[in-house]
Every structure is written in C-alpha cells, then in structure tokens.
Design a binder for this molecule. Sequence first.
Ligand SMILES: [Zn+2]
Ligand SMILES: [Zn+2]
Length: 344
Amino acid sequence: MEKMRAMVLSECAKIETNPLKLTQIDKHQIKRSNEILLKIEACGVCHSQLHGIEGDWKDIGIPPTLPTVPGHEVVGKVVQIGDKVTKFKIGDRAGITPLLEACKECQYCKEGKEYLCESSIITGESFKGGYTEYITVVEDYATKVPDNMRAEYAAPLFCAGITAYKAVKAAEPKLNKKIGIFGIGGVGHMAIQFAKVENCKVIAFSRSQKHLDVAKRLGASDAMVFSEKQEKFLDTLKEKHGTLDAAIVFAPADIVTDTAIKSVKKGGLIVIATVGENPSFMPFEEKTIRGTLIGSTKDMEQVIKICDEENLEVITQIFPLEQANQALKKLKDSEIEARAVLIP
Ligand SMILES: [Zn+2]
Ligand SMILES: [Zn+2]
C-alpha cells in the first residue's frame, strides 16, 4: 500500500507537548465511483482544531474518534477521478469544507442545508483530514477553485471564508447597517470584508491590538479594544457609535456574547458563530439571537466568486506541514495575524 505523510493526533493534549506526530499512513484510494482524489496543495489551520486537539470539546463529542488527521480547510489538485464523476476532470483544482459528506436523503439535505445533516461526515474527524498529502471526497461536496487562485489564499475560504460569509448573511446586511464584529482572526477578518461588500458600516472588536490593526486596514470604520469591564466598554461604545444594529460573535467566550447582546439596539439581531453558555437575554427587548454554521456547497461557490471578483484579502502565514504543532501554538498565543496555512 502506498503511504503518505500526515500529522496524526493519537491523544488529546496541550499543544505545547506537540501532540501531532508526523506519521506515514496509508494513502487514501478512490473507493466509490463518485469520488475524486485530491493531492493537497494547502490546508488552513482553524481555531477549532486547537480546541479539538487540546480536548476542550470532549463533552460535545469532538474529536469523536482517535487517532485522526485534523484539518478541514483543504485545497488541492484532482489527480484521479471515479468512473461516474462529472463535475471534475484530472488537473482541476478543488476545495473541501468541514462538511466532507452528507446523506442526501434527510430533510436538511433536501432543503440545500446539507451542513445540518444528522448523518454528516466531518473533515478532519477521521483519517480524512487536511494535515496530510492526499484526500478523497465525493464530488458533490467539493467546490471548484479557479486556476488563478493561490492555494494558500483559497484554503482559508473553505472554513473561515464560508463561516464569515454565512454569518454576515445571517446578520441581514444592507446599506449603512451598523454591524459589530466581535473577534477578529481567521474568520473575523473575512467577515469585515463580506460586510463591506454589502456596504455595511463595520465596527470591529478584539482583545489584540494586532487584530485591531488588521481590522482597520481591511476597512472597518472603527476598531475598539474589547474589555471585560463591561459597563465601561458599553459606555465607550455608545458614546462613539450609539447602539449597534447587529452583532456577530466569533470569539468563544461567554462574556463576549453577553456584551454583544447588550451592545445591540432593541429589536436588533445577534449572530452567534461559536459555542458557549447561554448569556443573559432580555425577552422584552425583542432582540433576535441567531446561530450559524459553515454553509452549503452553493454558499461555497458564492464565497469563491465574491473573493475572486472583489479581490478580498486573505491574510495568511505559511508553515510546512511538519510544523503544524508550532502553527497551532502560535494561534493559541494570538501570534497569528489572521490564518495559518500548512503546505505539505
Ligand atoms: Zn474551521
Ligand atoms: Zn442528510
């Protein structure tokens, strides 16, 4: 059996202990006639991998099995196709989101919301992840990547990009709508730009000055330091900008969600794209809290199109595959400006 290099997680542990080990594993083979085999060009490093690897999300069943090859923002070249494949030919480029496969039968799949499928298979929660050299996928769950799009640019679009896009859509963007974005990293820096494409007024919040600088550079009208001194923070915000029309939360801390809810006007909308405890919520203020999760293959096609046409910026920092642990450690220490990307 042909082998390939992979960064394998056998046991959850703090990233400082380098839990991902470079291992030779069996190279994936096409097993069904509707699959394609990708030679991976790049894989983004998502914050959720850090939580999965360190065991923060064991209670919610992540990772469901071990060992795994993490990584769910994958871009590569099609090097082999099954007999019944029609969407791709050898030499095309394609990307995979965290949704590796869905059932095509359930109500969600039929509604075009396959990312909600109860029988879905998640990229990077088995040996089929992106921190390696090859991966197979059913053609329907891969999205074409244009030839002119650099791999390290395209890869982050497949989780950070689509998550940002869907979250901004959920915030019902329109001309001059005042949207606050809480948490500026891989996802947040894309959300700022998608909101700008919709002509919204964006106010960015982060604890890190580095991320606030990024937000400013990408066109946020203002970028404010997030502070846990909630009352003072809200006073400053209201003085400068009044109440927000909508807020989008990417930062996985309950205090952030709580503050976001309080920063929105009555009747306003809060989009939550992260996992957390139920924060204080006042029903009489008629606010709406809405959840969001990646997106469909159709959404993914839109993301590629918008990024290509509008020249959105994807800020990346490149690491060789073997340095996955180091990239994740830097992410943990807020030393990544927006997105780390692994190149095999
Ligand atoms: Zn992700
Ligand atoms: Zn389904």
